[in-house]
Design a binder for this molecule. Structure first.
Ligand code: M6R
Length: 633
């Protein structure tokens, strides 16, 4: 959470920093700020609210200089106002500092610093670090940062510049991500790759407890004991256009449309005929053959992909799988040992709870496989083995293409295990692979029908919006004393088996970007509670593709219709039964083997969430209170 960037070189620092912050804004958008060092000293500009406010301000009153740093904030300590926005400074404004993370012992440090005479201007934990660096500074910024970070407890990635050493920037990392971008006569520091991709594709991934000192022509990395560290320079294959909107109104819509290409890319990279390969998977086949169970651990959308993965793996490879959210896994006592394979799934590879779960699992002796999107991220580096999902940069906070890429990776890994453990003959594996190869084209077909501006789904979202507001108005008009119950204008998502996770994901997508209450349930659970919600108000989205459980889903729908419920169904083309029973609205998907239906079902679910949010006029790519990568617990 929070995005940080630093630049040193011959360009105007403000331009590079604002461009970088634009690409990092998905990490937080409560406030933004920039500091530039020039002949007049350190000039700072910061504004509460979105980056566009700071941008407008800088347009009116530009800042000039060739070294600077910037920050986009997701507030943890202190309101999202101007004093709490980063960069922070010391008492004499000789240094500027940006930070991503949480300092756990900040109050104690702050009390001591105040006693020593330091004056604070904000309520943040970050300002403590600025004063600590000031306290330790005696002409050597690296040394001052080194001494300061030794006093910190918590998570941080920081970048600091100092007026007395105008050719240098120093950074340190503990738990929060930080990369160094290597340019020609210029260098960069950033939370994430897209921030520097326009200028360089050569990066160094900093590890925990490392300090970087950069000038425009050099990069030096050392550990906290001043020992130099030799780092590998990685070349990133992503290209900068992948992190741009490319004509789409929102990143989310663009990323939804990228899914066929992403899945095709995964298939090309991972398969040859009926062979599946995972080059970067460092866990040996012999170890995979020995495992007795799998534990999948992840958060949010990645957790839903993991739940689908359970159905895939148990069915294809016949290995027992348990699935947990990372925050639960890390604090219970999971029964895992060296015979367990723990799979952690994460788009960002930086999610704090998932990283902690990974460490917990390794401590217990389990082998950990990371299914990760971001190259060189903490999870990718700390896991015993990794499979990258090749989804390219995902910018919208609501995850879409990373989700289907995770599903594809899990399906392929399940098939790989099935082959390895002799659970499926080669011919069967080839047949399943061929079915998976149909997915990109079928998604393309769904997108052609519903992803376009003339889609009837847009009309439905519009109807929902109109009805929603009509009912609310009616309620408030007819009930001035508030005695009647407010209508349940919400969404329920129901699915069974491999599409129960799809229902959870549909509900998450809708609620996170439209702020409308929505719940996902296994349809069989309806009678155990949620059916009480049914009247003419909620929309019940039933996931009913052609499958062994189709009849069961039809029975659930009948029960809803019998209670005057409104049903929107996601069904296989030509489902006459559904038409006959009078379902209000049907979103059609082409036929595919049932275990693969989550891939196709995901598309209408994502589009429905997108259109509803757009109808309600919400900020789709940057929903309130959220951030793309949750690097704090
Ligand atoms: O980067 P990760 O995949 O570890 O992130 C996990 C969740 O924070 C993430 O999926 C979140 O739920 C998204 N906002 C969902 O759209």
């Amino acid at each position: 959470m929070c995005g940080i960037i630093g630049y040193i070189g011959d360009r105007e620092a403000t331009e590079v920093i604002i461009d970088g912050l634009t690409r990092l804004e998905y990490r937080g958008y409560d406030s933004a700020g920039i500091a530039v060092l020039n002949d007049s000293g350190i000039e700072i500009r910061k504004r509460p609210g979105k980056l566009k406010i700071l941008k407008a301000d800088l347009k009116k009153m530009p800042l000039s200089g060739h070294i600077g740093l910037g920050h986009t904030r997701w507030a943890t300590h202190g309101l999202p106002n101007e004093p709490n926005a980063h960069p922070h400074t010391d008492c004499k404004k000789k240094l500027a500092l940006v930070h991503n993370g949480i300092i756990e012992n900040y109050q104690q440090l702050k009390d001591n610093l105040i006693k020593e005479g330091h004056r604070f201007k904000s309520y943040t934990d970050t300002e403590v670090i600025a004063h600590l660096v000031e306290k330790h500074y005696d002409g050597n910024l690296e040394e001052a940062v080194r001494r300061a970070v030794k006093e910190l407890r918590g998570a941080y990635a920081i970048v600091v510049l100092h007026k007395d050493e105008p050719d240098k920037m120093v950074a340190a990392r503990c738990e929060s991500p930080l990369i160094v971008g290597i340019g020609k006569s210029e260098n960069f520091l950033a939370s994430d790759i897209p921030a520097v991709l326009k200028y360089t594709n050569k990066v160094i991934f900093m590890d925990n407890l490392e300090i970087a000192s950069i000038t425009k022509d050099s990069v030096k990395i050392m550990d906290y004991n001043k020992r130099p560290v030799k780092k590998k320079i990685s070349e990133v294959k992503w290209d900068v256009t992948q992190a741009e909107k490319g004509g789409f109104k929102h990143f989310m819509l663009k990323e939804i449309h990228e899914q066929p290409k992403v899945i095709s890319g995964i298939l090309t990279a991972r398969t040859r005929g009926s062979n599946i390969r995972f080059e970067e998977l460092k866990i040996k086949d012999s170890a995979l053959k020995r495992i007795k169970k799998i534990a999948i651990v992840a958060c949010g959308t990645a957790y839903h992909a993991g739940l689908s993965g359970k159905y895939m793996t148990e069915w294809l490879a016949h290995v027992p799988v348990l699935v947990d959210t990372s925050s639960e896994f890390r604090y219970r006592s999971p029964i895992i040992d060296k015979n367990t394979l723990v799979i952690v799934i994460s788009q960002s590879g930086e999610t704090a709870d998932t990283l902690a779960a990974l460490r917990e699992a390794r401590k217990k002796g389990a082998k950990v496989l990371g299914i990760v999107n971001v190259l060189g991220s903490s999870i990718a580096r700390e896991a015993d083995g990794v499979i990258y999902t090749y989804a390219g940069p995902e910018i919208a906070v609501a995850s879409t293409k990373a989700y289907t890429a995770q599903l594809a990776t899990l399906y392929l890994f399940s098939l790989y295990l099935a082959g390895l453990r002799g659970q499926r003959p080669k011919a069967k594996i080839r047949a399943y692979l061929n079915e998976l190869r149909r997915v990109p084209e079928l998604i393309e077909k769904i997108l052609k029908r519903y992803g376009m501006e003339r889609s009837d789904m847009i009309q439905k979202a519009h109807e929902f919006n109109r009805e929603y507001h009509r009912r609310l108005k009616l309620y408030y008009k007819g009930d001035p004393e508030g005695k009647r119950r407010a209508p349940n204008c919400c969404f329920l998502f129901l699915g069974r088996n491999v599409n129960y996770p799809s229902a959870l994901e549909g509900a998450l997508k809708l609620k996170e970007i439209s702020y409308i209450s929505s719940e996902g349930y296994p349809a069989g659970e309806m009678k155990h509670g949620p059916i009480a919600l049914i009247d003419e108000n909620p929309w019940v989205v039933c996931i009913v593709p052609d499958s062994d459980l189709h009849e069961k889903m039809i029975s659930n729908i009948m029960e809803i219709l019998a209670r005057r419920g409104i049903v929107a169904a996601i069904a296989t083309e030509g489902d006459e039964k559904l038409r006959k029973i009078g379902v209000d609205y049907i979103m059609e998907i082409p036929y595919i083997e049932q275990t693969l239906t989550p891939f196709l079902v995901a598309i209408p679910l994502q589009l429905l969430a997108y259109y509803v949010a757009r109808e309600f006029g919400e900020e789709i790519d940057q929903p309130r209170n959220l951030a793309k990568s949750v690097t704090v617990e």
